[in-house]
Design a binder for this molecule. Structure first.
Ligand SMILES: C[S@@+](CC[C@H](N)C(=O)[O-])C[C@H]1O[C@@H](n2cnc3c(N)ncnc32)[C@H](O)[C@@H]1O
Length: 308
């Protein structure tokens, strides 16, 4: 694996993965995106204040899917530590990072001076990579699941309150966005609680996969150079701006409506799940074409490969 630093228009340095040909956190740099999209968008501060999902002071579990250069994970660590340092009550937190290529986190440590956000956390990251876990003050446990996420998620025993879902794009990292991967995440929801998932992608196929997996789906925060992003939740009340049947009507016309890797024979079943999803009330099926057939698809020329 090979990485290099890339400077964004706003002066922030990002990590570019030359094997995937993609830059991490291109919406405004790693620290802005980690905090605005994942930490704030996922309402981690409210969860730590005991306001999220009505969970009181129990352990808060955060899944960090795609540790990469560790910006999202360190933003969660810092959110927890800031509360602790500020003398606020803070529940124990368990951060579970998934990654199959730890060399990116090593690169982030080497380039800490340019990236800035890893400064002061080099030893913590080092321990995480060496031992697979590290404990920090305030009962913060950070664990690393090393290997292929699509397999690991099927066996994962932890139950998440919040999921940072940050693989590479659906076009270059399709297995991560497949229906079985998203269903695996849905299985890891907190029983009797409310689980939220945040991701940068707003592609029709990704949102369709999240809905079919069982989540309710809505718009996530807009910031920096990101257009729309996605917030999913296990309850409609967990969303700020739920998708409406108007989205469903647009989905029908999109050129790439299916989650990556969906075989043709699974499409009718998936379509049915989507149209009958409780998010639409009774309005879902009326957004379908007459006789339940799909309308001819128009090519969406503005959409780049796979959409992000
Ligand atoms: C966009 S980067 C993540 C950036 C990271 N969240 C951060 O804050 O720096 C995507 C990461 O997903 C990892 N990844 C891709 N496919 C994977 C798989 N099948 N299993 C586990 N990790 C995977 C890549 O190695 C890469 O580090």
């Amino acid at each position: 694996m090979a990485y290099r630093l890339k400077k964004m228009k706003n002066g922030a340095w990002c990590v570019h993965d030359t094997a995937y040909g993609e830059t991490m956190h291109p919406g405004g740099g790693p620290w802005m995106e980690a905090n605005r999209l994942y930490v704030d968008g996922g309402r981690l501060p409210a969860l730590l204040a005991g306001g999220g999902g009505g969970r009181g002071a129990g352990e808060v579990v955060v899944f960090d899917v795609g540790l990469g250069a560790a910006a999202n994970a360190l933003a969660a660590v810092k959110c927890h530590q800031d509360r602790l340092r500020g003398g606020m009550a803070v529940p124990p937190m368990r951060l579970v990072s998934f990654e199959n290529e730890p060399s990116c986190a090593e690169f982030a440590m080497e380039e800490a001076a340019a990236l800035k956000y890893p400064v002061g956390y080099e030893e913590v990251l080092d321990q995480l990579l060496e031992r697979g876990r590290v404990e920090l003050p305030g009962k913060l446990r950070w664990e690393l699941r090393l290997g292929d996420f699509t397999r690991l998620v099927a066996e994962e025993p932890a139950r998440a309150d919040l999921i940072f879902f940050d693989p590479f794009s659906p076009a270059s990292n399709p297995e991560m966005w497949s229906l079985s991967s998203l269903e695996g995440l849905y299985r890891c929801r907190r029983p009797g609680g409310e689980t939220r998932l945040v991701t940068y992608s707003s592609a029709f196929g990704v949102r369709a996969g999240l809905l079919a997996a069982g989540f309710f789906v809505g718009e996530g925060p807009r910031f920096g150079e990101r257009g729309s992003t996605t917030l999913a939740a296990t309850a409609l009340s967990g969303l700020d701006a739920p998708l409406t049947p108007a989205w469903l009507a647009r989905w029908r016309k999109d050129s790439q409506p299916w989650p990556p890797m969906t075989p043709p024979e699974q499409r009718p079943g998936l379509r049915k799940k989507l149209l009958e999803h409780p998010q639409w009330g009774s309005a879902g099926t009326s957004a379908a074409s007459p006789q339940g057939k799909e309308a001819p698809r128009k090519r969406n020329r503005r959409r780049k490969r796979g959409g992000r």
